[in-house]
Design a protein around this ligand. Structure first.
Ligand code: KG4
Ligand code: ZN
Length: 360
């Protein structure tokens, strides 16, 4: 089965082909430079860029993989959550292709595709715990099967990546700030008492990161003189005090994520594996700490290599292949789901017995 994956939920236009569980090739056009001028993603510009790039990217992918459109059996696409205008470009393109080529069609939850991406590199084991930490979302799931993810907790305000990006903006780093903050943190000394570990004094699995941003703003006002180039692009240009501040912030976020993941695993002792995915899963300290946490528990950490953590279409094509193989699909009336609305479980299963005997 040859599955095309299309991703356009935010500011990356990406397409990839997966055949028999193996990645044949992928292409990606990032809009980071367009939005960096504004310090955040501008939705109208994002959809225009997707519209401009998606056709030529499809042609390039086919040429690189030496395949033609008629070889495609399934067209899978991120249907949400995301920016509505951006999603619509990918979904409309996917529906048109499926219709024109006579291929099956499947719309995917973008968050689930992040979690399943690691299957391209390591064997997935179910049931497992899933931590999704991206620019727009922070969720904890119990995952019974690739098509069954039960939400256990989520952020009540800023997502983990959003916290990195907003603090990055505050500190004058280039947008999005997460990756540079990671590098600055590695060059700094963390003070564990400097910033709070927010929203732990409760009994739930939810997060709240917005207060952390306020704590950094107030620290900055009192203790940092802002004497570095704005926007800051390189670790070498950062004074030690800024590096230390980033290390302390980074540690506060990672500690918080570790506490809630441990709590979730304590409550679900049958889960022996943890998937950590999404852009923030590229964070080096988070990877080290989650690895250690699972080692101590005698379980296994599954996390995609950093390039597969941020938005890409290899994850969309792979998740499409997994679910398509189990018999799932949509008809062309499938809806696109913007950020803030839950993605419905409305896939139709054509197979009598999807792999684990479950239905969507
Ligand atoms: O998953 P993703 O590409 O987009 C969404 O679906 O939201 O995640 C992007 C987010 C951004 O907030 C970015 O700053 C963050 O991931 N990020 C990182 C790192 N690399 C990317 N955050 C912390 N450490 C990193 N190394
Ligand atoms: Zn994403």
């Amino acid at each position: 089965m040859l599955c095309l994956g299309i991703e356009s939920s935010c500011d990356e236009t990406a397409l990839a082909l997966v055949e028999d569980g193996r990645l044949l090739g992928s292409v990606l056009a990032s809009q980071a430079d367009v939005h960096a001028l504004f310090g955040g993603v501008v939705p109208e510009l994002a959809s225009r860029e997707h519209y401009r790039c998606i056709g030529p990217l499809f042609d390039e992918l086919m040429r690189r993989c030496r395949r033609s459109g008629t070889d495609i059996t399934l067209v899978s696409v991120a249907r949400g959550p995301g920016l509505l205008g951006s999603l619509l470009v990918g979904v409309a393109f996917a529906k048109g292709l499926a219709l024109g080529l006579g291929a099956r069609f499947l719309g995917l939850n973008h968050l689930h595709t992040h979690l399943l991406a690691v299957g391209l590199e390591q064997e997935l084991t179910f049931p497992c715990l899933g931590l999704l930490v991206s620019g727009g979302h922070t969720h904890i799931y119990r995952m019974e099967a690739p098509w069954r993810c039960q939400p256990l907790g989520r952020t009540l305000d800023d997502a983990a990546g959003e916290a990195f990006d907003k603090v990055g903006k505050l500190l004058g780093l280039t947008y999005p700030g997460g990756r540079l903050m990671d590098a600055l943190a590695r060059a700094g000394r963390a003070d564990a008492g400097l910033f709070p570990r927010p929203y732990l004094d409760n009994d739930n699995l939810d997060f709240s990161f917005s207060g952390l941003k306020t704590a950094v703003a107030s620290y900055m006002e009192r203790r940092l003189d802002g004497g570095w180039p704005h926007p800051l692009r390189r670790v070498e240009d950062a004074p030690q005090a800024l590096r230390d501040c980033c290390a302390s912030f980074n540690l506060a976020v990672v500690d918080t994520l570790c506490v809630k993941v441990s709590r979730a695993l304590d409550r679900q002792p049958d889960l022996r594996a943890l998937i950590v995915a999404g852009g923030v899963a590229a964070n080096s300290l988070l990877r080290e700490r989650m690895e250690e946490l699972m080692r101590r528990r005698g379980g296994k950490l599954l996390t995609p290599s950093p390039l597969l953590c941020t938005d890409n279409a290899a994850m969309t094509a792979y998740a499409g292949w997994l679910l398509g193989r189990a018999g799932f699909q949509h008809d062309l009336s499938m809806e696109t789901i913007p950020r803030g609305r839950a993605v419905p479980d409305d896939m139709v299963c054509r197979a009598e017995h999807p792999q684990s005997g479950e239905t969507a």
